[in-house]
Write a protein that binds this ligand. Structure first.
Ligand code: XMP
Length: 516
C-alpha cells in the first residue's frame, strides 16, 4: 500500500528542507522536488495528499521568476503556500504583489482574523510568527479571504473561500513561529487527512528485514569513510547480514591525525569488521606537482575508486554495493548540483563516477529517504557513539583541499598537527558542539616570524570555523578571543612549519566553507 505523503515544491528557500523535516517530525512522509523538476501529470501520478509551495528569494512580478502551471489548483489536492508560495498563489489567481513598505525580518505578531479557519484550529488569536520578506500581497484575488495580519503586513494569511488553498506570508516551519507546528499539523491532518505513517522506530527493523531478504547469501561491499552516514549504513547492514558485509576503508593519507585509529578502535569495540587499505603513498605520488583544486579533487576521486574497485574484486560472490546516500544528497545532486557534505565514496561515486565493474553491482542505500538528523536519531537508537554521530563533516578529498597549492608529505604532516591541536582546544573550550565545522588550512605563503630569538620563515595558516543550518549558507563563528589566542599560540609554538594564523571572517556566500 502506498503511504500518504505531502509533496513540497521548492522555490529555492533556505527553509524548504526544514518544512520537509517538520512534517516528518509530526509523523507524515514528505518528498521535496525542485519546482520545475516535476510536471503536473507526474504530480497526479504520485497522488500526494497535499502540496506545499515553499518560500524563495524571488519576486513573482520579475521576468524569469519561477512559476508553476495554474492547473495545480484544479487537481483537488489541498495546497499551502508559504512566503513566496503565498505570493505565487496570489499572482496566479490575479492578485497584486508589491514591494513591502516595511521589509519584515524576524519576529512579528500574527493576529488571526478568522479563528474558525481550518489552518488555525486551536491557535490563539495573537501569537509570534517569523517573517522574512520584502514583497507582500497587496490585494487578494476575488475568491480568497484574509485570515490573518500583522502590524506591518495587512495580508499575512489568506485562504480560498471554497477550496482547500491556504497561504501565509510568515514561516511556520521555523521554530520561532510559536504555533508553526500546529499550523503544519492542521494542514497535514485536518485539511489533507493524512495518516500518521513516518516513525523511525519501525524504519530500522523494516530495513534490516528487507536487506536480509534482498541480499540472501550474497556479499556486499561498502566504501567506509567513518562519517555518520557510512557508519549508520554499515551498522544496519551488518545487523542484517553480519560478515557478508565487507567494509573497505581507504586511508588516503589525507585524513585527520587520529582518524584511522579512532575508526578502527570504534569498529572493534562494536564487533564490526573493516578492512583498512593503506594507500598514502599511492595518493601522494599521484598528487605531486598538482596545484589546481579541481584537478586535485578529480585525482583523489578517481584514485579512490581505483583502489576501492581493486579491493572489491578480491572478494568472491559480491553482488551488492552499499552506499551511505541520504535524502539531501539525492535532492542536492539532482536539483541544485551542490557539493555533498558526506563521506568520500558517496561524493565520488554519486556524481556519475562509478566504474563499469562496480556498476554491475546492485545498489543498497538504506538511508536514502532520510535527512541527516533522522540518520543521527537512528544512530542513537542503535547505540552508536556520540563522537561519530555528531562529528563535523569532513570532505571526501580530505586535507588535499585544505593544503592550498601543491601537496607534499611535509605539508600534510604540518596540517595534521595543527588540525589536531584545534580539535583538542575545541573540546577543551566546549566549542565543538556549538559550531558546525572547524578546520585549519595551510596557505602556500610563508611569512617572517620570530621563535625563541630566532628568525623564522614558515607557512601562514588560516582558521575557519562556521555555523550553518544546511551548509548552503554559513556565517563565521563568533568565538571568544581567549580561545582564538590559545589555538593560535599553541599551533605557532608546537607546530614546526607554521608561524602565523589568521581567522577567516567571511560568510558563505560570497565565499565557500572550504577554500578549494
Ligand atoms: P563548500 O566549500 O562548498 O562546502 O561551502 C560545503 C560543505 O561540503 C563539504 N565539501 C565536500 N564534501 N566532498 C565532500 O564529501 C567534497 O569534495 C567536498 N567539498 C566540500 C565542506 O567541507 C562543507 O561541509
Amino acid at each position: 500500500m502506498k503511504k500518504d505523503f505531502i509533496l513540497i515544491l521548492d522555490f529555492g528557500s533556505q527553509y524548504s528542507h526544514m518544512i520537509a523535516r517538520r512534517i516528518r517530525d509530526i509523523g507524515v512522509y514528505t518528498l521535496l522536488y525542485h519546482y520545475n523538476e516535476i510536471s503536473i501529470s507526474h504530480i497526479i501520478s504520485k497522488k500526494p495528499k497535499g502540496v506545499i509551495l515553499s518560500g524563495g528569494p524571488f519576486s513573482v512580478y520579475e521576468k524569469n521568476s519561477p512559476l508553476i502551471s495554474k492547473k495545480i489548483f484544479q487537481l483537488n489536492i489541498p495546497i499551502f503556500g508559504i512566503c513566496y508560495g503565498m505570493q505565487l498563489i496570489s499572482f496566479l489567481f490575479g492578485g497584486n504583489i508589491q514591494k513591502s513598505k516595511f521589509k519584515e525580518y524576524g519576529k512579528s505578531y500574527l493576529i488571526i482574523d478568522h479563528s474558525n479557519n481550518n489552518l488555525f484550529h486551536g491557535i490563539p488569536n495573537k501569537s509570534v510568527v517569523w517573517m522574512s520578506h520584502f514583497d507582500e500581497v497587496k490585494n487578494i484575488p476575488r475568491e480568497f479571504k484574509v485570515i490573518g495580519h500583522t502590524s506591518y503586513c495587512d495580508i499575512a494569511a489568506f485562504s480560498h473561500i471554497n477550496k482547500d488553498i491556504y497561504a501565509v506570508q510568515f514561516h511556520p516551519e521555523v521554530k520561532n513561529t510559536e504555533y508553526g507546528k500546529s499550523m503544519l499539523k492542521n494542514f497535514v491532518f485536518h485539511i489533507c487527512k493524512c495518516n500518521s505513517n513516518w516513525k523511525l522506530n519501525n524504519f530500522v527493523q523494516k530495513t534490516i528485514d528487507n536487506i536480509k531478504k534482498r541480499v540472501n547469501q550474497k556479499k556486499v561491499v561498502l566504501g567506509f569513510s567513518g562519517g555518520v552516514d557510512s557508519f549508520v549504513t554499515a551498522y544496519i547492514i551488518h545487523k542484517a547480514i553480519g560478515n557478508s558485509l565487507n567494509c573497505i576503508f581507504v586511508d588516503t593519507g589525507l585524513l585527520l591525525k587520529t582518524e584511522k585509529e579512532k575508526i578502527s578502535f570504534l569498529c572493534k569495540k562494536m564487533h564490526f569488521p573493516i578492512k583498512i587499505i593503506n594507500a598514502k603513498n599511492h595518493f601522494l605520488s599521484k598528487l605531486i606537482g598538482i596545484t589546481d583544486p579541481e584537478k586535485k579533487r578529480k585525482i583523489i576521486g578517481e584514485e579512490f575508486i581505483y583502489i576501492f574497485q581493486k579491493e572489491s574484486e578480491k572478494i568472491k560472490n559480491v553482488e551488492f554495493l552499499a552506499q551511505g546516500t541520504i535524502y539531501s544528497d539525492i535532492i542536492e545532486s539532482s536539483v541544485f548540483s551542490r557539493t555533498s557534505i558526506s563521506d568520500s565514496i558517496k561524493s565520488h561515486h554519486n556524481v556519475g563516477g562509478i566504474p563499469k565493474t562496480l556498476m554491475k553491482l546492485k545498489l543498497i542505500e538504506p538511508l536514502k529517504e532520510l535527512f541527516k538528523d533522522e540518520v543521527r536519531k537512528i544512530g542513537e537508537k542503535l547505540g552508536l557513539p556520540k563522537e561519530i554521530l555528531y562529528s563535523h563533516p569532513f570532505p571526501g578529498p580530505g586535507l588535499g583541499i585544505r593544503i592550498i597549492g601543491e601537496i607534499n608529505e611535509k605539508k600534510i604532516s604540518i596540517l595534521k598537527e595543527a588540525e589536531n591541536i584545534l580539535l583538542q582546544e575545541l573540546k577543551n573550550y566546549n566549542i565543538y558542539d556549538s559550531v558546525n565545522q572547524a578546520f585549519i588550512l595551510l596557505l602556500p605563503v610563508k611569512s617572517v616570524g620570530v621563535k625563541g630569538d630566532k628568525r623564522t620563515y614558515e607557512y601562514a595558516a588560516i582558521l575557519r570555523v562556521i555555523n550553518t543550518e544546511d551548509f548552503m549558507t554559513a556565517t563565521f563563528s563568533h568565538l571568544p578571543y581567549d580561545f582564538l589566542e590559545k589555538v593560535s599560540s599553541r599551533i605557532t609554538n608546537e607546530v614546526d612549519g607554521i608561524n602565523r594564523i589568521a581567522y577567516d571572517i567571511t560568510s558563505k556566500p560570497p565565499s565557500t566553507i572550504e577554500w578549494e
